[in-house]
Design a protein around this ligand. Structure first.
Ligand code: UDX
Length: 452
């Protein structure tokens, strides 16, 4: 009995990377593990710290990250993550030592860290605590990233990519073209490679938790497992396995739900470019008129600061409001998962971040894909060419192309066929919860952690 009580107090330390697309899956995983009786401590950087108020069951501990104001305002994600990994080892070790000294929490069972936060691993080894890696993006992206690193190390990837190479297929990575490789535009390829080589490395981790459904990425997962010494647990989509409270860094504007309630079935195109992408003023103009001219109702998230040179919607074109009337709703940040499951939403124009991709697929919502950077390009290509639930905008953002794409997705037979395929994928994902691979992985993870 006493042993049972001790076990129920076992603490798992989670270390998310400080970006929205990484915080969400880590806290969703935390919600699942908490439901299995583990106590959850989230150790996070000062930078982009998650809001603890929605997660009363978790303990949040902040560690100094050593970032300068200049690094933060640069928005250079690669530079920021390299700096965090270089700066945080000591403060993390001190933090864990403190946690272990506390009477009731002297038993840290394991550390689960985001793949981009590799500084916890040597600390885990020092303190003799097992560690697990959470990979919050797709397995296919992992393979594409490995290929990119290989080609780069052999000097085969000029940067930036010349036009002559960009449309050529990457050998053995069909249907990816060189332009679809997950290259960052934020920093040099050298710095990007440095971060990614560390992110790809399994080192001494006991297993990899992957936020992806086996039914979507089976062949990529199998290919990776063949070369990986430790178990890979495909546990996606994490947002479906436990009811986790919102972990939004920005305040969600829920008023758009009342607007959606007034729209008819599958009529609304939801538009959001995620938590990092930004656009120029001219792109905003083109998006606005493309959406207005499509004559479909739209719900558009314009994140503050995401339009260069503007705080929010001050740069929206004149005459737009009159042109759209009640047909458009614009918010700063939305409860995205709720929106995608709303009956009125029939399509999603997305940057194809992995969370958005999974959230859309698991609600059977077809997509317009406009990737900006990183893995988004891999996902856009897979959505349009492999899963066939999306159509990709390949060119500069232009109102005529947007108008045609929105109509194609929302009205034409092509869009209807994509919706049917998206619904089939949704059903497959739902089935995997009941008896399939996901169910097995969830049990395997809990068993593995209990065995530590
Ligand atoms: C970043 C990278 O761009 C992406 O490619 C990588 O896979 C994860 O990190 P991000 O831009 O944050 O992703 O996109 P995404 O992965 O889609 O995550 C965004 C999250 O914010 C989603 O969970 C989405 O539901 C949420 N969101 C977005 C909201 O809650 N409200 C919004 O208005 C917009």
């Amino acid at each position: 009995m006493e042993k049972k009580t001790q076990r129920s107090q076992r603490t798992l330390v989670l270390v998310p990377a400080p970006y929205q697309g990484h915080i969400n899956p880590m806290l969703q995983l935390g919600a699942f593990l908490h439901s299995k009786g583990f106590s959850i401590t989230v150790v996070h950087t000062h930078f982009n710290s998650p809001n603890p108020s929605n997660h009363h069951n978790f303990t949040f501990l902040s560690i100094p990250d050593g970032l300068t104001a200049g690094q933060i305002s640069s928005g250079n994600l690669i530079g920021i993550l390299l700096a965090i990994n270089a700066n945080c080892k000591e403060s993390f070790q001190q933090c864990l030592t403190q946690v272990m000294k506390q009477e009731a929490r002297n038993d840290i069972t394991c550390i689960i860290h985001d793949e981009l936060m590799y500084f916890p691993e040597p600390v885990a080894n020092n303190l003799n605590i097992p560690s697990l890696i959470l990979r919050p993006n797709s397995a296919t992206n992992f393979i594409a990233r490995s290929a990119l690193l290989r080609l780069h190390s052999k000097g085969y990837i000029p940067f930036p990519l010349p036009d002559s190479l960009s449309l050529k297929p990457v050998p053995e990575l069909h249907p990816l073209r060189f332009k679809d490789l997950p290259i960052s535009t934020f920093d040099t390829l050298e710095n990007y490679s440095k971060l990614m080589v560390n992110a790809q490395n399994v080192r001494t981790s006991s297993a990899i938790i992957w936020n992806t459904p086996d039914c979507l990425e089976q062949s990529s997962l199998e290919q990776i497992q063949q070369q990986c010494q430790v178990p890979i647990l495909s546990m996606g989509p994490l947002h479906k396995i436990a009811t986790a409270a919102s972990s939004s860094l920005l305040e969600e504007d829920t008023s758009c739900i009342a607007w959606l309630d007034k729209q008819s079935h599958n009529s609304v195109i939801y538009v959001s470019l995620g938590s990092l992408a930004s656009i120029a003023e001219k792109d905003l103009d083109e998006m606005a008129w493309g959406l207005a001219n499509s004559e479909q109702p739209f719900l558009w998230v314009i994140r503050p600061g995401s339009v260069c040179g503007s705080d929010w919607i001050d740069l929206l074109p004149q005459g737009l409001k009159e042109a759209i009337g009640e047909r458009g709703c614009i918010v700063k940040w939305a409860p995205q998962k709720e929106i995608l499951s709303h009956d009125a939403v029939g399509g999603f124009w997305s940057h194809c971040g992995w969370n958005s991709t999974l959230e859309s697929i698991s609600e059977g919502v077809p997509m317009i894909c406009k990737p900006f950077s990183y893995d988004q390009k891999v996902h856009a290509r897979y959505l349009s060419q492999v899963w066939k639930t999306g159509l990709q905008l390949e060119n500069e953002i232009e109102r005529g192309e947007i108008e045609r794409a929105v109509r194609k997705l929302m009205v034409d037979i092509e869009g209807k066929e994509m919706r049917v395929r998206a619904l089939e994928l949704k059903e497959k994902i739902e089935a995997s919860f009941k008896s399939g691979s996901l169910y097995g992985s969830l049990n395997d993870l809990v068993d593995l952690i209990r065995s530590f």
